[in-house]
Design a protein around this ligand. Structure first.
Ligand code: SPD
Length: 279
């Protein structure tokens, strides 16, 4: 259909938006990279024709993946972001004055360059001196334990196909655990509990084989298949309910979605997932 851009999911459904204009289109060694301007959702990034983020709803993704771990981690001085090439997660992390050093490891330099040029409303913290962007393989980074330990690790990757596939397996999470400080915490995006239920459940199981604490949490991201989305929190003992008093007070004055009530509400697990976890 002319003037529409669709993500086709599983060959059986589509999520489409009317396009105003294409701002960037390229083929990197890893994937197809597009940034388009839509009628309803503002500018949006697609990787291999899958919607990654849009100006309109990006906060409903970047706030949960960032503020849930940041609100509870005893220390937040050193943060590792795997992926996150649009800069939205880094922007949220860098809002905390207690953050001293952020390594963002993104495999695809084309994503970072295109987002720096066309998606600056999302990646608005590129010039923060605490941010260190590495165009490198995040899997190798954690396997080799580069620059570890970290207080917080955030895995902000794409779907489990293409370059992000390795961000879903046990060896990767074992590497993450080795890179975490003993009291550190991890979050990862964990797909749709409805449209990608098997992948979501497999992630809970896999991460549970690596970390003693594994807790999925939920929210809605309109851009993604099913709109209901998930993240997984993991740690060696810190629980996601252990919000540190005062940590997010300043931040909550300007967040779009996140506050302490939302934090706790997101931890409610739908019955159909809870039954599987309890098996
Ligand atoms: N189906 C899309 C899943 C994408 C998750 N990551 C998005 C990256 C936004 N920073």
């Amino acid at each position: 259909m002319a003037n529409w851009y669709d993500e086709e999911y599983n060959g059986t459904s589509r999520i489409g938006f009317k396009v105003r204009r294409t701002l960037f289109s390229g083929q990197s060694p890893f994937q197809k990279v597009d940034i388009i301007e839509t009628e309803d959702f503002g500018r949006a990034l697609l990787l291999d024709d899958a919607w990654m983020t849009s100006e309109f709803d990006e906060k409903t993704y970047h706030e949960p993946i960032t503020h849930v771990p940041m609100a509870v981690s005893p220390s937040i001085a050193r943060v590792l972001i795997i992926g996150g090439g649009d800069g939205g997660t880094a922007r949220e992390v860098l809002r905390y004055p207690g953050v001293e050093h952020v390594d963002m490891v993104e495999i695809d330099g084309m994503v970072v360059e295109a987002c720096k040029e066309f998606l600056l409303t999302i990646g608005s913290a590129w010039n923060d001196p605490r941010l260190h962007v590495h165009i490198d393989d995040g899997i190798a980074w954690v396997t080799e334990g580069k620059h570890a330990p970290y207080d917080v690790i955030i895995v902000d990757g794409a779907d489990p196909a293409g370059p992000a596939e390795g961000l879903f397996n046990r060896a990767f999470f074992e590497g993450c655990r080795r890179c975490l400080a003993p009291n550190g915490v991890l979050t990862t995006q964990a797909e749709s509990p409805d449209m990608m239920r098997d992948i979501h459940l497999a992630m809970i199981e896999t991460i549970g084989q690596v970390f003693p604490v594994v807790r999925p949490y939920y929210g809605s991201v309109m851009l993604y298949p099913g709109a209901q989305w998930s993240w997984i929190f993991a740690s060696n003992g810190v629980q996601p309910e252990d919000v540190i008093d005062g940590r997010t007070d300043e931040i909550e004055k300007t967040t779009w979605l996140y506050n302490r009530d939302v934090h706790h509400a997101m931890l409610a697990v739908p019955n159909h997932i809870r039954r599987e976890i309890q098996k």
